[in-house]
Design a protein around this ligand. Structure first.
Ligand code: MV4
Length: 450
């Protein structure tokens, strides 16, 4: 087992990793930017190294700086968390060359799944259903026209280097193809330095349902069931839950099998997520694979009662997994509490938290790095806490979440708590019958002026 893990991240996930390391008897090293001096991950780690100024490029993305911190602290492994360097294949490769274990998949896994056309080809070979579309990259407008006509409009143009919505366009009318292709290519070129595009049939009003998987260094792959992630706004998830209100036993089994096939096809090592689009006819299609621990891993932890960070560390240290699949024993919902103003287009609200009380009680979990007196820096993402509730049924879980939101008190900055409170009373949400389009028409009621 590792003796000392450096956590190349900040915020709640850095703290989350430190907690499990502590339980496993592993020493921890925090890195931090000058903007994060007072963050709890710095306080709770055994050692902390200041890595640079606030800008991510000079701190949490500063690979030479991080490798220097590894050197001076003698860490034997790096946990990348999510975001930042978690899916940076070059970083994983540098770790391997420096004889420090990257707690995550191999550079090859990251590269393969990071390139969406390669990922899709891999899935086709592994018998995982994909959305009908172009056979790999499209060469030019003429080929795009032919393919789009074949698959039938509406179509979606996607960047092979994309993900999370960038470099993506829907085309309903053939006369718009040329302009939309140009626009998507330009966006992809600017964002990723790669304008390779492919075409898919547009799946209308899909659900986003993802399967958590785990694979070890010996070729064993299992699934840990699904998370329903359709409650998103501009490709940012706001609420996740498990089990999905949409899945039945049969669909859960088929999607689980497909996710395992995906993992086995690449000999996947570590924890990962296979994302699917699911249409109203219960057809499901591979969308992307995330080769990291995700924000919403906590939902799975609550319903299967396993620590996924511990699993990640054990796999990286060369331990075998049991190979059994896991099924939800409870219902769990996570609300992301962001320092944003939900009544003002979710605009970020950094600043000082003057008063803070986190919800407590049976079935309530709060993962956070903030506290009363903490100042939220403006340089990073705005999530300040994850509020996770679990109960025997979805109905009871929502009832508990309402209660937990009522006692979640943040003063000094605006948060998404009022959004979640209204969502927990929304009929469509309560029915479980919603898609990724849901938040586009969700109307937040303005609070009465005082
Ligand atoms: C799609 C799609 C419909 N049809 N692909 C969004 C992010 C990127 N990972 C892929 N995405 C989509 N791909 C086809 N062929 C609709 C989306 C999509 C979406 C997917 C999941 C969650 C929210 C979404 C919001 C808008 C579009």
């Amino acid at each position: 087992m590792f003796k000392k893990v450096l956590i190349a991240n900040r915020g709640e996930i850095a703290l989350r990793v430190i907690r499990t390391c502590k339980e496993m008897g592993i020493k921890t090293v925090a890195i931090y930017s000058t903007a994060d001096r007072d963050s709890l991950h710095v306080r709770f780690a055994d050692e902390a190294v200041c890595i640079g100024p606030p800008a991510s490029a000079q701190s949490y993305l500063n690979i030479p700086g991080i490798m220097a911190a590894v050197e001076i602290t003698n860490a034997d492994a790096i946990h990348p968390g999510y975001g930042f360097l978690a899916e940076n294949a070059d970083f994983a490769e540098i770790c391997a060359q420096s004889d420090v274990k990257f707690i995550g998949p191999t550079p090859e896994h990251i590269r393969k799944m990071g390139d969406k056309v390669t990922a899709k080809e891999t899935m086709i070979a592994a018998n995982v259903p994909v959305v009908p579309g172009s056979d790999g990259l499209i060469k030019d407008l003429k080929e795009a026209e032919t393919v789009c006509k074949e698959v039938g409009y509406p179509v979606m143009l996607k960047a092979t280097a994309g993900g999370g919505g960038k470099g993506m366009r829907v085309v309903f009318d053939p006369k718009d193809l040329e302009s939309q292709l140009t626009a998507a290519q330009q966006e992809a070129k600017a964002a990723f330095g790669n304008d390779g595009m492919y075409v898919e049939k547009f799946v209308e009003e899909p659900r986003h349902i993802e399967i958590q998987i785990a694979g070890d260094q010996y070729g064993n792959v299992c699934h840990l069931s699904e998370r329903e992630c359709s409650i998103q706004r501009r490709h940012q998830k706001l609420v996740e839950e498990s089990p999905s209100p949409f899945l039945d036993e049969d669909l859960r089994k088929r999607m689980g099998d497909a996710a395992i096939n995906a993992g086995k096809a690449i000999n996947y090592e570590g924890v990962g997520t296979v994302e699917f689009l699911v249409d109203k006819h219960r057809n499901f299609y591979f969308m992307e694979m995330n080769t990291r621990i995700q924000v919403e891993h906590t939902v799975t932890e609550e319903v299967i009662d396993h620590d996924l960070i511990r699993e990640q560390i054990k796999i990286a240290a060369g331990e075998k997994i049991s190979g059994d699949n896991y099924y939800p024993m409870m219902h769990a919902i996570e609300c992301r509490i962001n320092a944003e103003d939900p009544f003002n287009d979710f605009r970020p609200c950094p600043g000082k938290i003057t008063s803070f009380h986190s919800s407590k009680g049976h079935g309530v979990r709060v993962d956070t790095h903030v506290y009363a007196g903490y100042t939220i820096p403006p340089y990073y993402d705005s999530m300040i806490a994850k509020l996770i509730c679990r109960a025997q049924t979805r109905k009871e879980c929502i009832e508990k979440m309402r209660r937990a939101l009522d006692e979640f008190i943040v003063e000094g900055v605006k948060t998404t708590v009022p959004f979640h409170q209204q969502l927990m009373d929304d009929e469509k949400f309560l029915s479980g019958n919603f898609t990724t389009k849901f938040l586009e028409t969700f109307e937040l009621k303005k609070p009465k002026p005082e």
